[in-house]
Design a protein around this ligand. Structure first.
Ligand SMILES: Nc1nc2c(ncn2[C@@H]2O[C@H](COP(=O)(O)OP(=O)(O)OP(=O)(O)O)[C@@H](O)[C@H]2O)c(=O)[nH]1
Ligand SMILES: [Zn+2]
Length: 204
């Protein structure tokens, strides 16, 4: 849990960040490492583009899930059954190879008098997705962020994803997906609630 909390809210270390020029130089080194000539015309602007793309792909370090989830609604007319947002698409990058992970997250919670704006759940998936991740940590961080800010009766998160480090290289198994789940509160140890979550996710 410590690792989860440490990564939350944000870990944007702007003080120790290299300059854009240093980042671009690092891209030139990797281009040479790949066997390319960074001075080739088609590659001249590539370091600049890659540095900019990195700011976008890893923008989750500059965002705080706590801030995004801070606004909750209390007027819910006594609604207390599960709220499920399923099929939230996301891209992330594995922390082992820095290669893409693409998948879908399904997030449910049991309200405790307060609910979240639905888009905020998808935003939280993006905040943690746009960091270097393992799928296990991504799943646990989404659950922990909702648990700690909304304090619902329980949270259920399922992530299904394909890892390019397993598809494009290494063991080269295209199309295999990894499934991870985290359950907190009333979902934890409650097989019936978990089964209901899984069937809501699965039944179209
Ligand atoms: N648990 C977990 N493992 C991951 C995730 N993303 C990638 N991996 C795995 O991390 C492992 C890293 O293994 P290492 O043996 O250190 O690295 P490697 O030699 O590049 O491994 P191979 O991919 O088997 O070639 C691999 O088995 C990857 O499939 C993830 O989200 N969760
Ligand atoms: Zn990997």
């Amino acid at each position: 849990m410590d690792a989860i909390v440490k990564n939350f809210p944000a870990t944007g270390q702007t003080d120790s960040r290299p300059t854009r020029e240093q980042a671009e130089e690092a891209v030139r080194v990797l281009l040479r490492w790949a066997g390319e000539d960074p001075q080739r015309e088609g590659l001249l602007d590539t370091p600049k583009r890659v540095a900019a793309a990195y700011r976008e792909l890893f923008s989750g370090y500059d965002l705080s899930a706590e801030e995004v989830l801070g606004r909750t609604f209390e007027e819910v007319s006594g609604y207390e059954d599960a709220v499920l947002v399923r099929d939230i698409p996301f891209y992330s990058h594995c922390e082992h190879h820095m290669l893409p992970i693409s998948g879908r997250a399904h997030v449910a919670y049991l309200p405790n008098g307060r609910v979240l704006g639905l888009s905020k759940i998808a935003r939280v998936v993006d905040i943690f997705g746009r960091r270097l991740q393992t799928q296990e940590n991504l799943t646990a961080q989404i659950a922990a962020a909702i648990e700690e800010t909304l304090k619902p009766r329980g949270v259920a998160v399922m992530v299904e994803a394909e890892h390019m480090c397993m598809a494009m290289r290494g063991v080269q198994k295209q199309g295999s997906t990894t499934l991870t789940t985290t359950f907190t509160g009333e979902y934890k140890g409650n097989a019936a609630e978990q089964a209901r979550f899984l069937s809501l996710v699965r039944n179209r």
